[in-house]
Ligand binder design. Sequence first.
Ligand code: RP5
Length: 176
Amino acid sequence: MVKKPSPKRVRKSLEKPKFPLVGIVMGSQSDWETMRHVAETLNKLGIPNEVAVHSAHRTPDRLVDWIKNVEARGAKVFVAGAGMAAALPGVVAAMTAKPVFGCPMETRVMGGMDSLLSMVQMPGGIPVGVLAVGRAGAVNAALLSAAVLALSDAKIAKTVERFRTEQTKAVPLTPE
Ligand code: RP5
């Protein structure tokens, strides 16, 4: 059974900082169960982020307004999650020169292969860095965003290093 996040945890991940470093967007409310791992991982690392639902297909104008607005407020990296004919990360990448990471959603009919191929097959010129399908990709999109930000931010670099050290320590030598 999928564990539902507590209302407090959900509220925390939706707080809007004035100056987010990472803009997180998803194509549908139905993507949130996966995409919340992007926000939660960034929150654990103390990296300000803003979460929004905008669809490349259903709300294209609203999407473009949001990209421009978030970028103007300081976003340096974007993470876009979508499923099926997943055009969203490509559209985000078309509207900003900042790094864009794509999170392919697992889907019912094709298991996420549809989302993955839609994202990864970008024509040359407008890159999208695509992560794994599902939760692992969402967590890694956050960690990769942190690694990009760490290049120009010593505090974030230290936090990323600490995260890796703690992760290493948490791996048992023998199964428990
Ligand atoms: C995409 O279509 C969304 O990213 C979502 O993964 C998929 C299905 O959306 P819903 O019909 O669940 O809203 O745009």
